[in-house]
Design a protein around this ligand. Structure first.
Ligand SMILES: C[S@@+](CC[C@H](N)C(=O)[O-])C[C@H]1O[C@@H](n2cnc3c(N)ncnc32)[C@H](O)[C@@H]1O
Length: 217
């Protein structure tokens, strides 16, 4: 399998041989980010507040962070973005991504090159803290408004889709906070419910696969 692939919407993704998965849906990397994390997460929470504290599980290529930073500016939001990544991609991988067009060129590079474990103001609308640890190891006293749950699929990382893991995530979400994800498998939705979430299924962008917004009760 080639490391870099162009997905159906023209944007790149990477293949992980370790996890035997792509970083995004091959049906559209940007489409997936836009639907699952921006529309169901960020923009939905924007209806309640314009100061939004986000936690992402899996920084990966930085696509979710990049689009969130651009949306924060466009909608005049103040976003504090914390993202976990135990296995950062290489410089070579970053330069193979085609998200770096026009004004976004410097921004993607900037997001990849901020120091770990420091809160960095990228713009007046977007601050970033990258944390080099797994979700299981992650501890914080912060409470988040939205969690972008973008781990590899249950077939390769079953331990990240369990009641125990979702209970851990729920412990640092505000009441009424959202967890959004591309995975709507029944067993995953049940695990979320048992961990204290109300689970909503939403139409995905390709009309076929449903996606999930879970709300902490
Ligand atoms: C589906 S990819 C995420 C893609 C990323 N959001 C993007 O836009 O490129 C899953 C990511 O989770 C990371 N990951 C793997 N195990 C993890 C763990 N235990 N905790 C947190 N992140 C993990 C992987 O290294 C990978 O970057």
């Amino acid at each position: 399998m080639e490391r870099v692939r162009i997905t159906d919407d023209g944007f790149t993704t990477l293949f992980s041989t370790e996890f035997n998965q792509y970083y995004h849906s091959v049906r559209g990397a940007l489409d997936e980010t836009q639907r699952v994390y921006i529309e169901l997460g960020l923009l939905a929470k924007m209806q309640e507040t314009n100061e939004i504290n986000i936690l992402e599980i899996g920084f990966g290529t930085g696509l979710n962070a990049l689009v969130t930073a651009l949306e924060a500016q466009k909608n005049n939001l103040t976003v504090q973005y914390t993202t976990l990544e135990p296995f950062p991609i290489s410089e070579e991988d970053v330069s193979s991504l085609n998200y770096q067009t026009g004004a976004e060129t410097d921004l993607l590079q900037k997001l990849h090159h901020v120091k770990w474990h420091e809160n960095i103001e990228i713009s007046p609308n977007f601050s970033l803290q990258k944390v080099n640890c797994t979700l299981q190891e992650f501890k914080t006293s912060q409470l988040f408004d939205v969690v972008y749950y973008d781990a590899f699929a249950p077939s390769s990382q079953p331990e990240l889709w369990t009641v125990e893991t979702f209970t851990h995530v729920a412990s640092f979400l505000k009441k009424g906070g959202f967890l959004t994800t591309y995975c709507s498998k029944t067993v995953v939705r049940r695990a979320m419910e048992q961990a204290g979430f109300k689970v909503e299924k939403h139409i995905g962008i390709w009309g076929k696969r449903e996606v999930v917004r879970a709300i902490k009760l």
